[in-house]
Design a protein around this ligand. Sequence first.
Ligand code: SF4
Ligand code: SF4
Length: 99
Amino acid sequence: MSNKEDQGKKGWKDIPIGGKITEAGSACKYKTGGWKTFKPEIDRDECINCLFCWLYCPDMAIELKDNEISRVNLEYCKGCGICEEVCPKKCVRMVKEER
Ligand code: SF4
Ligand code: SF4
């Protein structure tokens, strides 16, 4: 029996490889919404529905309904501000999230 087994610890061969994604759809299980300090607000009157924000959002937090922006899913939005940056109409504004 090795020293590690004596201590009830796993050896390096028993530990899963870090950062390895072993199944499809695993991002759905990891809600990144708790990271944010700011959240996006979309001015629907100015929005031209170009879908840039939807395309560039790294967390797919911007949801569509009938091919139009429907809502920002705040459970997954991490507040990175990319949607604000790419919006050609400047109608996405990052606002401080109240907790
Ligand atoms: S702030 Fe970032 S994560 Fe949130 S909706 Fe915009 S692009 Fe997506
Ligand atoms: S990037 Fe701006 S204009 Fe385009 S769909 Fe998003 S909010 Fe609307």
